[in-house]
Design a protein around this ligand. Structure first.
Ligand code: ADP
Ligand code: ADP
Length: 225
């Protein structure tokens, strides 16, 4: 049973110029514990596809299913976007604990979990800081560990390192790999960088579709060293 089963998925937007096919008959199975990168040029439908997996966009045709893990209350997915969607009025640790707060986890327990994840990315010292007091790379670390602290069935990432400078990006790529090796979380990772896709992914899905014109999808299996 795949962790994520996307079958013949399409997304058609109604625009003033008529129907706009953003994703055209796209299918993808992701195995539990797999790190799948979806790479392709801007506008080929990557974000739309990810939003549909996350339940944040309507599926016009086809279906997407995420297999639940059987742990009650465990969220099916958590999403990390390019722009750190963290709350400016909350401290770093309260941001990381936010998803747990929404699930009604007691304060002591959620702060312990948040603390654990902050320590894992070297942000323990910044727990009491506010987002405006830390760098862009740190803010994106906060977004990433906030998603992981929820312990979702699948982790969905949309260009999570896209807004960072090249040096910070390399550091975060290494951190992501290390965390993935330790957690074996099922990941779908959107990027327009083939370099990044090949570095991070077990499997790279190359979307060469253009709006309204689904050209081809290549599915590349990579050996992990
Ligand atoms: P639908 O009604 O098909 O579910 P949405 O609710 O997502 O579509 O969006 C409503 C309308 O807003 C769309 O039909 C589209 O014309 C416009 N729209 C929303 N987001 C965008 C975007 N990123 N680019 C272009 N048009 C957009
Ligand atoms: P990518 O993530 O690969 O850059 P997107 O999924 O953001 O691509 O967009 C795919 C196509 O769908 C683009 O042509 C985009 O303009 C269009 N699109 C995205 N959202 C909407 C919307 N809400 N309404 C109309 N068109 C949209």
């Amino acid at each position: 049973v795949p962790k994520i089963a996307a079958r013949n998925v399409s997304r058609i937007y109604q625009t003033v110029d008529g129907d706009m096919v953003a994703v055209d008959d796209f299918s993808l199975d992701v195995t539990d514990g797999e790190f799948v990168c979806v790479v392709g040029p801007s506008g080929c439908g990557k974000s739309t596809f990810l939003r549909m997996i996350a339940g944040l966009d309507t599926i016009s045709a086809g279906s997407i299913q995420i297999a639940p893990g059987g742990v009650p209350g465990k969220p099916l997915n958590s999403v990390v976007f390019q722009e750190y969607a963290i709350f400016p009025w909350k401290t770093v640790i309260d941001n990381v604990a936010f998803g747990l707060e929404m699930r009604g986890i007691a304060r002591k327990e959620r702060l312990e979990t948040a603390r654990y994840w902050l320590d894992r990315v070297g942000l323990g010292k910044f727990a009491g800081y506010y987002p405006h007091q830390i760098s862009g790379g740190m803010k994106q670390r906060v977004s990433i560990v906030r998603a992981l602290a929820n312990d979702p069935e699948v982790l969905l990432m949309d260009e999570p390192l896209g807004a960072l400078d090249a040096q910070t990006r390399v550091v975060l790529q290494e951190e992501l790999l290390r965390i993935w090796e330790e957690t074996r979380k099922t990941v779908v990772y959107i990027t327009h960088s083939l370099d990044e896709a090949v570095l991070l992914g077990d499997r790279v899905i190359l979307m060469t579709a253009q709006p309204g014109r689904h050209l081809a999808t290549f599915d590349i299996d990579l050996p992990r060293p």
